[in-house]
Every structure is written in C-alpha cells, then in structure tokens.
Design a protein around this ligand. Structure first.
Ligand code: FMN
Ligand code: SF4
Length: 626
C-alpha cells in the first residue's frame, strides 16, 4: 500500500536538480535521494529525472534495476535489510530474521499489507564484529538478539518514529584491538601536507583546461609534489585494496598524463563480506584518509577528489561532511591550501548496494551515474578514468598510509614489514573468536599470531581476504600474511570447532551469483551453475561427477571471466575441495551421477495436459544417467 497522499516527485526533486546542475552524472545520487525519501523510485520521479537530466528513460530504469538498494516498487515505511554473510548466519541472523518476520506478520521480501514494513536479506553490511546486524531505513542496528528483535517489532507496530528509538540500537563501535604505527601515532591534520609542501620538488604545470581564464597565477603555484613522490617510491607502499599495486607508480602515471581534469578517487566501497577495516578508519581517522587524498592531488596535479562511500556506511556521511568542512576552514582543502596556492577539494558519492562497484572501472561508471558494469581493461583509469581523464583510484587504507609516508618519510615506512610488503596492515577479524574487531600488524604476521591475539586458536579454518580470497586449513596457520606469501585485503573470518564449512561454501556461492553483474557469460552462467551444484550437494544428490564438473566450471571462470569478480568467485570452492575434502564427501549422496531433478517426473504435467503418455517417451534411470 502506497503512502497516501504521496507528495509529488517533481516538488521534491526541483531543489536537488538545481543543486546538481541538472548534470546526467548526478543521476545515481538523485535516485538514492528519491529512494531514501519515498522508500522506492516512483515512475513520476524517473520521468522527471529523464526529462531534466536529458537521459533516456530506459537508462534511468536500467540504473534503478542495477543497484540492490534502489527499487521501483514501494518497500514500506520501514525497510529492513538483514546482513546475510556467513558470520552473521553463524551468530543466528537467519533465525532472528524469521522471528522478526513472524512478529511483524510479514513474509520475507514482501511489504506488509498496510505498507508499514518489509524485511529483506542483503549481502553484508560491514559489521561482522558486532553482528548480527541490519539496516533499518539505511541506518545500522547492531548486536541483534531475540530481545532486540522483539523491541524492534514493537516499535514498528506502534509506529514509533525512528528518531525516538533507543539510541543504543544504532550504536556502531570502532573496535580496535591492536594498534601499531597508524593507530598509535595518527598523522596530525595537515602534518603530511605541510611536509609535502616543504619538500617541494619539480613544479607540475597546471593544464589550461583546469584553469579559470583569470587563473594564470596557478601555473606556478603547485609546489611540486615530486619530492613526495620520491618518498612514496622509497616507502614501497602497495595498495591495500587487493591487488597490491605500487602506489607511487600509479600516482606517477597520472602525474605524467597528457590531459587535465584529473581526479583522485578513494574507494570506500568495502563490499567484500567480512571486511570492515575501512569503516573503522573512516570513523576514527578520517583526517588521515582525506590528507592522503589531498597529498595525492598535490602529487598528480588533480583538483578534485571523490570518496565513493558504500551506502551501508551512509550513517557516516554527516560526520565525514563535517570533517571536510572543518578541513576547509583550517585551510587544508579549498583554493589556497595552507597559503601555497594549491587547490583541491573532496566530495562524497554514495554507492547503492553493488559489490562490483568496488572494482575500479565499475566504480567510475557508478560515479558517472551509470550501471556499475566494469569497462574494458584498457585504457587503464590512470590514463582514461573518470570522464576519460587520468584518475587515481586507491583504497581508504592506502590513502591513510600515504599520509603516514609523507609525515614520517619513505625510508621509515619501508623499515616496517617485509621486503615486498612494507608498513602495516589492518585486519578485520570476525567469526568464532573471543575478540572480534580491527587489528593492526606489520605485514608478515602469521595467521596463528592473529588467531592467538583474537582468541581463535582452536579454529578449524580461516577465510582470509573474504570470499574472493583464500580458505585456509590448520596446516596453513604458520604461513605469513604478506605479498610474498599470503596477500590479503585484511579480512579474517574464523570458523571454530564444529562449524560445517559447507555452509560457508553455500553462502559464498549465493553471494557471487547475486553480485555477478551479468556482463560476461563465464561469470554470469558460471556463478549460477556453481550455486546450483552446491544446492544439489545440500539436498544430498551430489556425486564425484558433480565435483569434477564444478572444478571445470571454476577453471573456465578463472581464465575466461572479464573482471576480478568472476576470476576469483570460484576460488573458495577450489580451496574447499582441496583443503576440506571431507566436507564434500559427507554431502555425497552417491558415487554415481544423479540428476538434480526428476526429468521424467517433470514431464508428467505436460502428459496430463495433453492426455498423452507415450511409453517410448519415458526415461529409464539408466537413460537419465547417460
Ligand atoms: C569485484 C571487486 C571488488 C573490489 N572491491 C574493492 C573495494 O571494496 N575496495 C577497494 O579498495 N578495492 C576493491 N577492489 C579493487 C579495486 O578495483 C582497485 O584495485 C583498488 O581500489 C585500488 O586501490 P589500491 O591500489 O589502493 O589497492 C575490488 C576489485 C574487484 C574485482
Ligand atoms: S566477471 Fe562477472 S562481474 Fe565481472 S564483468 Fe563479467 S559478469 Fe560482470
């Protein structure tokens, strides 16, 4: 049932359109605003946006259908998204969601008849250390228990406005369990920038197109940044978002680009299930992240930075905006940074619930207001990124580390960690441990050391780096986390004694099927087939033949998929087959192949409808197997 009367979308959108300058690139951000306001995207809003932004109505619909936090159907006055990663499940999220649906008298995924509420599952909301958790009207409610769920249901049924709910329901903690150089000695706001400006170095000329006509002054006001780039080279800093690319090389590629309009993008999508270290960095040390971005602007000659914030962290937006405002007032952002003439500012764009948008070229499309489908690999974003201009994309932690490098020097940074993995790494630890939270270690720490510190030494397995990472058994616990041995984005999901790792495989397979953007066949079909095979094992019909089929599909996906999502989506299964074979043996119903469904039985309905049952057309079990 729709709210009655529904305020006209045009009235709501007019001021927003004015502020966005009616740019087609604002489409996604405007759609998010509409979704938050109406709890769906009314068709009138789509029409207004298409007309006012000058984009095809089909493109607007295409964007709405791509992102899981946008919907063209009304979702209720209260929209609940329960986090559904394996760690949430281990903590009872599924049972709690069922209990909530019972209390609210609403089936999962449907809107209650009175239009009051709907309950959905969503992949992961970055709160693995204080789950089970859910988003209620896009705000996180943590530490769900039966009592809390019952209280939620009472508040919803009593139509209590969210603003009057107990504040502790919405409390998100930054649980820092171990500090090393970053957490112990954060860079004071402005210190990294001052160091960079004092270092100076070769002057990077501004590009004509970046200058206002009266702005010739700025040609020579950039105090270099070349010396800071040298420090970055010395530091050997590598990206913390997954691939571990050398940050200095990336920045230099943009610095030596042949066009202006450069941008610095900070990737705060953090969609890998089990990961939440960037959330803690943004909540506790936002200045270091923004300082790293500003430094990057200084080094590469960009004037604009964008933080791409996953919508699950929407609650951080006001705080981050306040930090940006404070930095502007302190002369750390704006047209004349620290009186040096350097110009740089940062804006924040929201994601809308798509894991693939963490992949840099998909993120660029998303910021351009499009569906977040990865582009062709070439040209790289450093050459043609946002709006086809040279663009740096780095992870939140990478920017924070860049600020540390500028403040304390490259050689100092390189003295920490291992030869190919310098500095420290943040780990988000969750699952069957006594002390979940964020841990900072120099690279090269062993898995066992982390398990000891977090109280998880009895673990039977660890998913390192999220579902796209590596599944480790106890034999691997003495291996080191670093680029030389086990590279990782810094996520550890720990499985304790008695856990059935098949459930992890099932959860991850469903995750990848849901998140595949569908552009290329190996990933689109492969993720669906793998999920179907896992379901077949769950129903007790799996066989060695199916296992071999799955391995073949995994190989194809790894080698033929267009982007990193498809290339890594089967890794958890391959690891599981190799390191936990008993998990699959236990689920095998037979040594022979058994079809997952009754083909002959499925024809019964057609036979009944046509009144024909031709004996020749019936399949014997042997024919089915053949
Ligand atoms: C499916 C997929 C999801 C990704 N998600 C993220 C993410 O959430 N955060 C991130 O920093 N990098 C993510 N990446 C990696 C980015 O594409 C990119 O390499 C990274 O942001 C570069 O930053 P870095 O050099 O600082 O690591 C993802 C890659 C893929 C293929
Ligand atoms: S690999 Fe998957 S996510 Fe990547 S482009 Fe292909 S379908 Fe999309």
């Amino acid at each position: 049932m729709l709210p009655n009367p529904m305020p006209p979308a045009r009235d709501f959108l007019e001021p927003l359109l004015d502020r966005a300058g009616r740019s087609p690139h604002a489409l996604l951000q405007l759609l998010i605003a509409v979704q938050h306001h109406y709890h769906f995207i009314p068709s009138e809003a789509m029409e207004v946006l298409a007309a006012e932004l000058g984009v095809a109505p089909l493109r607007v619909k295409g964007v709405v259908s791509f992102y899981s936090f946008l919907s063209d159907a009304f979702q209720g006055e209260v929209v609940i998204h329960v986090s559904d990663n394996i760690v949430d499940r281990m903590q009872g999220s599924r049972e709690l969601a069922a209990h909530l649906c019972d209390l609210l008298d609403v089936p999962l995924g449907q809107v209650r008849e009175d239009g009051r509420v709907s309950v959905h599952f969503t992949s992961d909301i970055g709160l693995g250390d204080q789950g089970p958790a859910a988003l209620v009207n896009y705000l996180p409610v943590t530490r769900l228990t039966r009592e809390r769920v019952e209280a939620l249901a009472r508040l919803i049924n009593a139509r209590t406005p969210l603003a009057q709910w107990p504040p502790e329901f919405f409390r998100v903690e930054s649980i820092i369990r171990r500090s090393d150089v970053i957490f112990r000695h954060p860079v004071p706001p402005g210190a990294g920038l001052k160091a960079s400006l004092e270092r100076g170095g070769e002057i990077l000329p501004a590009w004509e197109e970046d200058l206002a006509p009266s702005d010739a002054r700025r040609h020579h006001l950039d105090k270099g940044g070349a010396e800071t780039l040298k420090e970055l080279y010395k530091s050997e800093l590598r990206g913390r978002g997954g691939a571990g690319f050398k940050t200095a090389i990336k920045w230099e590629s943009v610095r030596s680009g042949k066009t202006g309009g450069r941008t610095v993008l900070c990737n705060a999508d953090e969609g890998e299930p089990g990961t939440f270290k960037d959330r803690v960095l943004l909540a506790e040390f936002p200045d270091m992240v923004f300082e790293g971005m500003t430094l990057c602007g200084h080094v590469v000659g960009a004037k604009k930075g964008i933080l791409y914030l996953r919508q699950e962290y929407f609650y951080l937006l006001p705080r981050l905006e306040a930090v940006l405002a404070r930095r502007r007032e302190a002369g750390l952002l704006g047209r004349d940074i620290l009186g040096s003439g350097l110009e740089f500012d940062i804006e924040i764009h929201l994601g809308a619930g798509a894991y693939i948008c963490g992949m840099e070229s998909a993120m660029i499309k998303s910021i351009e207001g499009r569906r977040g489908v990865p582009r062709q690999r070439w040209p790289l974003p450093v050459h043609q990124g946002l709006f086809r201009r040279p663009t740096v994309v780095n992870n939140v932690e990478t920017f924070a580390k860049a600020a540390v490098v500028s403040h304390r020097g490259g050689a100092w940074f390189a003295s920490i960690g291992t030869p190919q993995s310098t500095g420290t790494k943040l780990f988000a630890v969750s699952g069957d441990v006594e002390r979940p939270g964020v841990y900072e270690y120099p690279w090269g720490v062993t898995v066992r050391e982390v398990l000891r510190d977090c109280g998880g030494l009895d673990a039977i397995g660890v998913q390192l780096g999220g579902p796209s990472g590596t599944l480790l058994n106890t034999e691997a616990f003495d291996r080191t986390v670093c680029f030389e041995d086990l590279p990782s984005v810094g996520t550890m999901m720990v499985f304790g004694p008695g856990r059935d790792l098949f459930e992890a495989a099932r959860n991850f397979a469903a995750f990848f099927r849901h998140e595949s953007c569908g552009l290329c066949t190996p990933c689109r079909i492969g993720t669906t087939l793998l999920e179907n095979y896992v379901s077949k094992f769950a129903r007790g019909f799996g066989s060695p033949v199916d296992l071999e089929e799955m391995k073949g599909i995994a190989r194809t996906m790894r080698t033929m998929s267009h982007c990193g999502l498809g290339q890594t989506a089967s890794q958890h299964l391959t690891d599981s087959f190799e390191r936990f074979p008993a998990v699959w043996e236990a689920r095998m119903g037979t040594r022979d192949f058994v079809p997952a469904f009754d083909l002959d039985g499925a024809l019964e309905e057609a036979r009944a409808l046509t009144g024909r049952t031709d004996q020749e057309a019936h399949l014997t079990p042997a024919e089915v197997r053949a």
